[in-house]
Design a protein around this ligand. Structure first.
Ligand SMILES: NC(=O)c1ccc[n+]([C@@H]2O[C@H](COP(=O)([O-])OP(=O)(O)OC[C@H]3O[C@@H](n4cnc5c(N)ncnc54)[C@H](O)[C@@H]3O)[C@@H](O)[C@H]2O)c1
Length: 264
């Protein structure tokens, strides 16, 4: 098993990418702490892992609250005695045109999307230093590499998560602590799947913009997170791993195939 004897803490583990990662980590032998503001969903996933003979515990945590972040780290140490892997993944954002956002909405997006990742990492690193190593994987986004209309706080927070990951990577590289960012493209997590029927006029163009022509699956991101968290990635730190069906590889230009003389 690829994570035997490891203890992993995953935020936003009640749904979507975090849920898929928690199930995957547990299958690979990790003891998993699932943290989420949604207690019912988090308990459901933890119970499903235990029923499949995995080792999992749930802690309710609101990443907008620093005391709650402290508590999810403390819970991990109290429950399993160490923390080898931190997957910062919870999603908090505020939508709206960037020039029209209220200050509180901006602060919420940055606190939830960036400060919470930094604070959890800072606290986890203390334990990782005592243990002699660890791995942090931050869920950023292709929205941290380029801009979207109406997602300004999200774009700013995710871009900062990408570069913060690099700083953790270089500052702790000689302490055997690795830090990497994964940048998913649009993934068929519950919020997006719900929109497929409710608002196909939104989801269909998204699929069209992805060269693979479909949304990703949460498991396809969990597979990347597993690699980055595992010892197989022992020389990988400060990496920004894009998993987006080719979305970010495209310049945005329409296809010129068959139009240009000479034929591409
Ligand atoms: N789904 C996508 O298309 C996509 C694309 C790129 C990046 N991402 C990123 O992936 C990560 C996971 O999102 P997802 O798509 O799986 O969404 P999701 O809604 O399925 O899961 C997000 C989880 O975060 C939890 N959460 C929300 N607010 C919280 C808070 N204050 N404290 C603790 N937990 C909280 C929710 O309860 C939920 O369980 C996010 O960081 C998101 O930005 C998602």
């Amino acid at each position: 098993m690829r994570l035997a004897n490891k203890v992993a803490l995953i935020s936003g583990a009640a749904s979507g990418i975090g849920e898929a990662t928690a199930r995957t980590f547990a299958r690979e032998g990790a003891k998993v702490v699932l943290a989420d503001v949604n207690a019912e969903g988090g308990e459901r996933v933890a119970e499903a892992i235990r029923l499949a003979n995995g080792d999992a515990a749930f802690v309710r945590a609101d990443v907008l609250d620093t005391a709650s972040i402290e508590q999810m780290i403390a819970f991990t140490i109290e429950t399993y005695g160490r923390i080898d892997i931190l997957h910062n993944n919870a999603q908090v954002t505020s939508a709206g045109r960037i020039g029209e956002l209220e200050l509180e909405a901006w602060k919420r997006g940055i606190d939830g999307g960036l400060t919470s990742y930094w604070y959890a990492s800072k606290l986890a690193v203390k334990h990782m230093l005592d243990q002699g190593g660890g791995a942090i994987v931050n869920t950023a986004s292709v929205s941290g590499l380029a801009g979207d209309f109406g997602l300004g706080t999200y774009n700013a927070a995710k871009a900062a998560v990408v570069n913060m990951s690099r700083v953790f990577a270089i500052e702790y590289a000689r302490k055997n602590i690795r830090c990497n960012a994964v940048c998913p493209g649009p993934i068929g997590t519950p919020p997006l799947r719900a929109m497929e029927t409710r608002a196909p006029q939104v989801i269909d163009p998204i699929k069209e913009a992805i060269p693979m022509g479909r949304l990703g699956e949460p498991q396809e991101i969990a597979n990347v997170v597993l690699f980055l968290a595992s010892d197989e990635a022992s020389f990988v730190t400060g990496a920004v791993f894009v998993a987006d069906g080719g979305l970010y590889a495209h310049s945005g230009m329409p296809s010129l195939t068959g139009i240009t003389p000479g034929g591409w």
